[in-house]
Design a protein around this ligand. Sequence first.
Ligand code: SF4
Length: 356
Amino acid sequence: MSDKTLIRSSPSSKSTRLFIPDLVYFEPGALEYPKGKQFMDFVTARGIEYRMTTSHNRVTNLPGETENEKYRIAKRTLVVGVRKTLDFDQSKPSADYAIPISTGCMGHCHYCYLQTTLGSKPYIRVYVNTDEILAKAKEYIEQKAPEITTFEAACTSDPVGLEHITGSLAELIRFMADEPSGRLRFVTKFHHVDPLLGLKHNKHTRIRFSINSDYIIRQFEPATSRFHERIEAAAKIARAGYPLGFIIAPIIWYDGWEQGYAELLQSLANALPDDAAQGLTFEMIQHRFTKTAKTIIEKRYPKTKLEMDVAMRKQKWGKYGRYKYVYPDEQQTALRQFITERIFEYFPSAKIDYFT
Ligand code: SF4
């Protein structure tokens, strides 16, 4: 947690600022860990309001008059705790396991799946016992070695947006660098990658950027890094020698989508160093929603232009036992074909992992 990484950009630079919480809660035991003390130093040095709580489940009395105000405040509230459940969830198909270092996110992407999965607890949780989490990861690796075990660090959060406070990704990357059979991956919508650039990684960590057309980012992804910021950050990651990937998600059908996605791929090709194309991966996820998500989104972002008209969508049975709504086959095919062609036009040796 160096001071250098904590400098806020000046507003005139129009750079997305590093996240600084407005309110921090500490759970019991958190301050017994060096990382807990590090968080406390961070908080007191900046005069951030903090409270002690017996459990994150008791973080229910957040300030705010209306439900939406409480939601916005929760998104700027950090809960520092000890991760008790050390059995990792599976994270197929992207990785074998989800490695838990944080939950929740300060971003305000209208379509975000966390709106439903985190329910009434949208605050951000970070864990102080990284050593115990890494010891568990080592157990999983040893069970399967010499086969490779992969861990996804961004299943329930965007840890890059929190790295200047936690330093947890740096710990994971360094740890995985020395594990011949361990691999790490995570995805981000933030450009604050500078603390990761000089780390020893041995190419055991793949960093993916969640990207989209400039229009989609401006319309639907407030409080995340902008189009050009993410692309510049990806170029930095490529130059630092990390395996690199992109998730184009959610792919959205709108007036001008062809131009938007063509510009996206062209901008990537212009920004990335020539050798970055080697080993580059793409994942493509079309926009989908459930009826529950639609209700929550319309309440939290009442002015959203996100199209969620079930009559214009195709119903698909989801693995969580409810229907989700995706684009009809014809639109899916058009989106997939067009973007795939653009990818191979600029990056002929890239690999497309999936379109879903
Ligand atoms: S950055 Fe990712 S995790 Fe955060 S709000 Fe946006 S979609 Fe959700």
